[in-house]
Design a protein around this ligand. Sequence first.
Ligand code: DAH
Length: 339
Amino acid sequence: MDNMNQIVNEAMKRIKNSDIEMLKIVKSEYLGKNGILTKILKSLLHYSIEDRKKIGFEANKAKTILESEIEKRKEGFKKALLVQKMQKEKLNFSPIFYFPFSKGSFHPIVQTMQDMILAFKSLGFSIAEGPEIETDWYNFEALNIPENHPAKDVQDTFYLDGTERLLRTHTSPGQIRVMEKLKPPLKVVVPGRVYRNEASDASHSSTFHQIEGLRVDKNVTLLDLKIILTKFIHIFFCYEPCIRFRPSHFQFTEPSAEVDVKCLFCKGSGCRVCKNLGWIEMLGCGIVHPNVLKSVNYDPELYSGYAFGIGVERIAMLKYGIDDIRLFYENDLRFLKQF
Ligand code: DAH
């Protein structure tokens, strides 16, 4: 019996000082098949019944104590491992990771677009949007652009392979989508991105942005169009730049016009920005063609309307004195940070 106490004390010491591997060895030395306590329990047969009871009781008690001690130690190791793992995987959110980044700002095209939309809102227009992938009907046919029109050439239009679908070449299909949904009177602008199959240079890009405007009501005239565009230009530029209306041609308006602004940089004497013309072309517009109204089942005898399409990049270039459209798409931070 004295021996038993000694065995337990020694085992406890070894358990306390062991690492994971050692713990396995200690366990098998005491409790394994040939372990000390197992052997004692097996040897009980050789004792008298009385001794058997005593020694059996003590040996089983020792076994229970050691088993529970070993289990405790094992749990301790498991916990320590888990803590170690969590510390390794912990993400560091200390401020050093985000302070060096600046706040960022809107792209000049987004800013210009938002300013333009605000100006039109203040003039009573609502805002609508249309899809960038359009059908031939919305982009051309409904806008009175016939089958053989040069704009439909693959040179100008990105057709989606083997389908009737295409990337819209202007925001004008937005007019058709709005008129299909609403009845006159209506007054909306449709901002969006458009695509043209052309090589880029200082004033052309295969992707750019437009804002389409449309008003349909009874007795809308060319004068209403001139008034609204003049007001827009004054609101947007915060002063009264000199503008002119020049006769032009678009399939979906009759009569049609283009609006030029006197170059803000040379005041009309000619410079790099206006390509020595003194004027910068800003938008196309006109009175909605009766065929366009018919295509959405509006009665052209009852209703008339005006429409316009403004190039957003053009306006941004004009406002900020930028002479190369490609600067907007190169994402050079030295350029973008100025806005
Ligand atoms: N869609 C024309 C273009 O992309 C611009 C335009 C001209 C729109 C006259 C209009 C308009 O609504 O009336 O060149």
